[in-house]
Design a protein around this ligand. Structure first.
Ligand SMILES: NC(=O)c1ccc[n+]([C@@H]2O[C@H](COP(=O)([O-])OP(=O)(O)OC[C@H]3O[C@@H](n4cnc5c(N)ncnc54)[C@H](OP(=O)(O)O)[C@@H]3O)[C@@H](O)[C@H]2O)c1
Length: 326
């Protein structure tokens, strides 16, 4: 018998399957149910992953009295509706990134969490990966001197016809899917939000951002350069440069297992840490719920709202407007 919260999985897509694998590896996690738009998909997912209960609608999952926390893993376009429905039903929520389509939606979700006195957190797993946390701490401790630049890229090639990445109605595009990582990586490492951001991009014929690049400047001085694409595979490492050296972060930077610190006149220092992927954020969410908290103290809701405002700013510069916004 595990201690609550017991998990419900909202969707049967790719990351939902990865999260279930991660939860199964945690000794104190229990998954009670999965919900899907279709009974067949819920049944198949439940049988593949050894989950006892399969609901053929999200509403039934949200009404399940044996589910304490829901993992929302639908396309961005559906995060608001599903998160608010679960919160209004009295469940806690861990919602995938990008948390919402825009900051206005994110505010509604935060309001729903407060109104229902429930836990809500953005599932930005990077912020819980041990090597990323260690990297931030080393930089803050001055290991490469004064921080000057952070470079990161996340490009993938996604050509799936009618897949969510390229569909405006599902809030597709590079920014919400992959571009959020290089942007928020710099926020995490600096502990700040940019004072200014400039971005340029190319859109698909359907009007979502296929590729973009830009620069953000942070209050304490550092500049972050970022690139993202759903049209081409890029390198996935990151480089952080300071006045006394630089750090080369192993690919993929957003869930890296290690990095190398190069200091002038010294042997490179290698840092590597165990990495359990999505399990770190899931364990954190469970611990916060068990302790009676209503948000994370690593990625709190104010941070998530500022992230959404940053994404809105970049997306406006790229000229992407989703159908739900027009
Ligand atoms: N943390 C990470 O590493 C990571 C990685 C990839 C993606 N993500 C995020 O996770 C979310 C899902 O991504 P994914 O790659 O898992 O997507 P996916 O494979 O396309 O799965 C999305 C699932 O959402 C459900 N869904 C509900 N309404 C839908 C609709 N109108 N159209 C299509 N699907 C709908 C579907 O499940 P049912 O058919 O069962 O309803 C579908 O299987 C996104 O927010 C994405 O940015 C995070």
């Amino acid at each position: 018998m595990t201690t609550p919260p017991r998990w419900g999985i909202a969707s049967t897509g790719k990351i939902a399957a990865s999260m279930v694998t991660a939860l199964h590896a945690l000794p104190d996690a229990e998954i009670t149910a999965v919900g899907s738009r279709s009974q067949a998909s819920a049944d198949e997912f439940a049988s593949t992953h050894g989950i006892a209960r399969a609901w053929g609608s999200y509403d039934e999952l949200f009404a399940d009295p044996d589910v304490d926390i829901v993992y929302v893993a639908s396309p961005h376009s559906h995060h608001r509706e599903m998160t608010i429905a679960a919160l209004d039903a009295g469940q806690h929520v861990l919602c995938e990134k990008a948390f919402a389509v825009n900051a206005a939606e994110a505010r509604e979700m935060v309001d729903a969490a407060r109104r229902n006195d429930r836990f809500l957190m953005e599932a930005m797993w990077t912020w819980f990966i041990p090597a990323v946390v260690e990297l931030r701490d080393r930089i803050a401790a001055g290991s490469i001197g004064r921080l000057l630049t952070i470079e990161a890229a996340f490009g993938i090639r996604v050509d799936v016809p009618d897949g969510r990445h390229r569909r405006p109605d599902l809030a597709g595009g590079a920014l919400l899917d992959v571009g959020i990582y290089p942007l928020t990586f710099a926020c995490f490492l600096t502990g700040e939000h940019p004072t200014d951001v400039r971005a340029y991009g190319q859109l698909t014929p359907d009007g979502v951002d296929e590729t973009f690049a830009g620069v953000a400047s942070f209050p304490s001085g550092p500049l972050a350069t970022f690139q993202a694409s759903i049209g081409a595979l890029s390198g996935h490492g990151a480089r952080i440069v300071g006045t006394d050296g630089r750090v080369e972060v192993d690919a993929p930077f957003w869930h890296t297992a290690g990095f190398t610190i190069h200091r002038d006149g010294a042997e490179p220092e290698r840092v590597a840490l165990p990495n359990s992927g999505l399990a770190h954020e899931a364990a954190h969410a469970m611990a916060r719920v068990r302790a009676g908290h209503r948000e994370s103290d690593v990625i709190d809701l104010a941070t998530t709202l500022r992230t959404m405002e940053l994404l809105d700013d970049v997306r406006a510069q790229l000229g992407v407007v989703y159908p739900s916004e027009s």
